[in-house]
Design a protein around this ligand. Structure first.
Ligand SMILES: Nc1ncnc2c1ncn2[C@@H]1O[C@H](COP(=O)(O)OP(=O)(O)OP(=O)(O)O)[C@@H](O)[C@H]1O
Length: 250
């Protein structure tokens, strides 16, 4: 990772509103080349909105987003719904909207850890294979920054762990930066260089160690689902408008 290098993307004092309601307030974030940054936060805390703003799909009402000139982004959505009656194999899917040589498709599938699925029908893939196909498509153009919005949601625990391991390897192999949203807190803690805890604003940010060492988090981490809520409760000396998270943890 190159924290000293110019960031791939940096977000300053970002505010996003849907109508009157501010969904994001004064958010700062940056991703350096080769760095894995994970956004965590309760449902409705603005994680997807932040990513959409970075991708340019949502307008912000204040603040600014700076992208490295010529920045190439690869995006892996949480899910993609394809017409199951549409015959389309994986290689063809990778060739949309621009036809690519079969060798490039094979290389991307190898990188994504699924070299064998090129001729399989998209509709016949398992959830894990489908997400790998989306990953292959996102890395086809050798992006500088890979953005994943809960891309392992719906996979079982070993499947999700394998998926994140693969992301780690892609980062090692290509040097791309990674910005992802994840609810898999165990994975977040082991696979991220930096964690941003979001709840409309940035509650806390730092290395996984710093975030995980918050007393509540340490006390509760690993105690079933309660551990998952602990991250959102650490060292808060203020109340949120979304206190359902706190309620859910109690
Ligand atoms: N297009 C929209 N119009 C109006 N409100 C929206 C829109 N998209 C999202 N919101 C609201 O903005 C808030 C943040 O949504 P967002 O999807 O960014 O949260 P999230 O942290 O990604 O949630 P989750 O973990 O459930 O995916 C929510 O209250 C949501 O209802």
């Amino acid at each position: 990772m190159m924290r000293d290098a110019a960031p791939l993307v940096s977000v300053h004092d970002l505010t996003v509103r849907y109508g009157e309601a501010a969904v994001l307030r004064d958010v700062d974030l940056d991703v350096a080349p080769g760095e894995i940054v994970t956004i965590v936060g309760p449902n409705g805390s603005g994680k997807s909105t932040l990513i959409k703003a970075i991708l340019g799909g949502v307008k912000h009402s204040a603040g600014r987003i700076e992208r490295k000139p010529g920045l190439q982004i690869g995006y892996v959505p949480q899910r993609l719904v394809l017409d199951p009656t549409l015959p389309m194999n994986v290689e063809r899917f990778l060739s949309l909207p621009h036809r690519i040589p079969a060798s490039r498709a094979r290389e991307a599938l190898e990188r994504a850890g699924v070299p064998e699925i090129g001729k399989r029908q998209m509709a016949a893939l398992s959830g894990g294979q489908f997400q790998r196909a989306l990953l292959a498509r996102a890395i086809l153009e050798e992006p500088d920054l890979l953005i994943l919005d809960e891309a392992a949601a719906g996979l079982d625990q070993p499947g999700a762990a394998a998926f994140y391991r693969r992301i780690h390897e892609v980062r090692e192999e290509t040097g791309c930066g990674v910005l992802m949203i994840s609810h898999d807190l165990h994975v977040v803690m082991s696979a991220s260089d930096r964690v941003i805890c979001l709840n409309g604003h940035v509650c806390c940010a730092g290395t996984p160690e710093v975030v995980a060492n918050a007393p509540d988090y340490r006390r509760l981490f690993g105690e079933g689902t309660r551990g998952a809520f602990a991250l959102y409760r650490h060292n808060h000396d203020h109340r949120h408008s979304q206190d359902h998270v706190q309620d859910a943890a109690e």
